[in-house]
Design a protein around this ligand. Structure first.
Ligand SMILES: Nc1nc2c(ncn2[C@@H]2O[C@H](COP(=O)(O)OP(=O)(O)OP(=O)(O)O)[C@@H](O)[C@H]2O)c(=O)[nH]1
Ligand SMILES: [Mg+2]
Length: 427
């Protein structure tokens, strides 16, 4: 099936001209969809009409559930385009209209975009929670508290000679600022698990030529991604495979075997391998023997896993014992022995880097920037306590505006409502 969706003021007219009449809202009906000028039947379709404002975009919306052939879809889109005032939607335009109509806020729209792109179970959960407003509610909660704190500060400023403003109001306002700043810093601290979950972890396979990197990558990917030969120096380019490790996304990168070489191509491959490893979350060092293991390059920063490959070639139990003490895993990409245990270990390590199980309050850099700006403004507000309430109020406005930018709801009128709502001054 293919669903063609139309939104806007011309939906009713389009339905009358192409499907006979406007069906009852939210009731699927079977209709012949016809060309508006020739009357030719283009398809038999299920037609679903949503009357605005109770629709995704807030406008009248119709969905035509067509038979999915390209020609059917092309004919129906062509016929719709022939109507005056209808055109193809731009990318994201339905969500944009939903945002303009106040159906969802910016953070929810971002969550929706992530949901559409979610590759793994954990990405799906994070995106669904953000699309459902979990992140927005936290930001709006902080913002509401800061607006209230500012209302208290401004109440002191504007109405200091009236009796209605209780004493100690400014203490309460400063305590609230401190509490919000603490919660925001706690979200900023853990190091970007929410952002990382959107992108995934990076795992780089590193080792001497012929250590079995490409064979392992192919075994894990379940297809022939990389060329494998017994010639040392087979792989030169970086080869990437996207993986789903226990619900967490990861990219596994195969690299050129590390060695000194005269070949310019291979030397460039080795340079790229080292560079990629230095930015990785996890570097897997592969070796097919104890000698090779001692020659392994030690990359800086990343978490390190030592893997002995070609376990099927180990024939003495003495060797097996010495391998066990020097490597985290022993496996054979050829027979598959040890590979599931290796993957389980990788999954656990990736999970501890990318996930806490809690909904994350920073899933994009935009959120981080906003929270940092908010925290800085709160620091400035605290530091300005002696300088006068005007300055404190201004810093608080900057702090709450920074949060409002995340949800797209910055509104200067709120503070008035908050003053009168809190203190009943307008008697
Ligand atoms: N017996 C056995 N042979 C293996 C195993 N894994 C890889 N090999 C063999 O080892 C040789 C090198 O394997 P590759 O996967 O190409 O090694 P590589 O680390 O990618 O090598 P470069 O790309 O040159 O750096 C090939 O002949 C593979 O068939 C294994 O688990 N058991
Ligand atoms: Mg290779």
């Amino acid at each position: 099936m293919a669903i063609v969706r139309v939104s806007g003021p011309k939906v009713r007219e389009a339905l009358e001209r192409m499907a006979g009449s406007v069906p009852e809202p939210r009731r699927a009906v079977l209709r012949a969809v016809t060309h508006p000028s020739t009357g030719e039947v283009l398809d038999q379709a299920l037609v679903l009409f949503f009357a605005g404002p109770a629709s995704f975009t807030g406008e009248d919306v119709v969905e035509l559930h067509l038979h999915g052939g390209r020609a059917v879809v092309a004919a129906v889109i062509g016929a719709l385009g022939a109507l005056d005032g209808l055109r193809l939607a731009e990318p994201g335009e339905f969500t944009r209209r939903a945002f303009d109509a106040g159906q969802l806020d910016l953070a929810e729209a971002e969550g929706l975009a992530d949901l559409v792109q979610a590759e793994t179970e954990m990405q799906r959960r994070q995106a669904l929670s953000q699309a459902g407003g979990v992140l927005s509610r936290v930001y709006e909660g902080w913002r509401a508290r800061l607006i209230r704190a500012r209302a208290m500060i401004e109440a002191e400023l504007d109405f200091a000679d009236e009796d209605d403003v209780p004493a100690g109001v400014s203490d309460r306002a400063f305590a609230e600022m401190g509490a919000v700043a603490g919660e925001i810093r706690a979200e900023l601290a853990p190091g970007g698990a929410g952002e990382r979950l959107r992108e995934g972890a990076e795992i780089v396979l590193l080792g001497a030529p012929n250590s079995g990197k490409s064979t392992l990558l192919n075994a894990i990917a379940g297809r022939d991604v990389a060329i494998v030969t017994d010639e040392p120096g087979t792989t030169r380019d970086l080869l990437e495979v996207r993986l789903d490790l226990g619900g967490y996304p990861a990219t596994m990168v195969d690299t050129a075997g590390i060695r000194e070489t005269e070949s310019r191509v291979e030397r460039e491959g080795v340079r790229r391998a080292r560079a990629r490893a230095s930015g990785a979350d996890i570097v897997v060092l592969l070796a097919d023997g104890l000698d090779a293991a001692s020659a392994l390059p030690a990359p800086d920063g990343a978490e390190l896993l030592r893997v002995r490959t070609k376990a099927d070639l180990i024939d003495s139990s003495a060797e097996r014992d010495s391998v066990r003490t020097r490597f985290d895993h022993t496996l054979s990409a050829l027979t598959g022995a040890g590979v599931p245990e290796f993957l389980a270990d990788l999954s656990a390590r990736v999970a501890s880097r990318l996930g806490s199980g809690e909904p994350q309050m920073i899933t994009r850099n935009r959120h981080r920037v906003a929270l940092e700006a908010c925290a800085a403004a709160l620091d400035a507000a605290q530091a300005s306590r002696g300088a006068g309430p005007e300055i404190v109020a201004e810093e608080l406005r900057r702090a709450s505006d920074a949060l409002g930018r995340v949800t797209g709801r910055v509104d200067v009128e709120d503070v008035l409502g908050a003053i009168f709502g809190e203190f009943c001054i307008g008697k």
